[in-house]
Design a protein around this ligand. Sequence first.
Ligand SMILES: [Zn+2]
Length: 127
Amino acid sequence: MRKSIQRVERTKHYDLAICCAYCGTKVVTAGDEDLAVHPCPHTLFVAHDEGFEYISPLAAEQLRQRGLTVEFGEDGFVQINANDGEVPGTDALTDSFSFPDAFKIAAYVAPPGGMGSYVGFAPNVDG
Ligand SMILES: [Zn+2]
């Protein structure tokens, strides 16, 4: 059984909406102007190079098992810190999750923007 997260990259159509392949929910809307995040029950995380917008309880637990702290701010922003050392970059960090049949869409804005956004899904995030 494959457990490591699978990657799908977008480098040209990075601004299209991202929908869950398991239930069809439009989790991230298209375009940059009114970016909205609507996590469905299969959403593991919604993140970008500056941090996490959303993380599921089980995904947060995997980070805690690696010695990272996961805290939720009042504005809903997720704060991840390392007890010692540095927190890996968001792209590497989200590559390291391990759930059966999980996948991640990595969308990279063309240079000079270069910003990446990352949305992960798994069919059963409750175990
Ligand atoms: Zn879903």
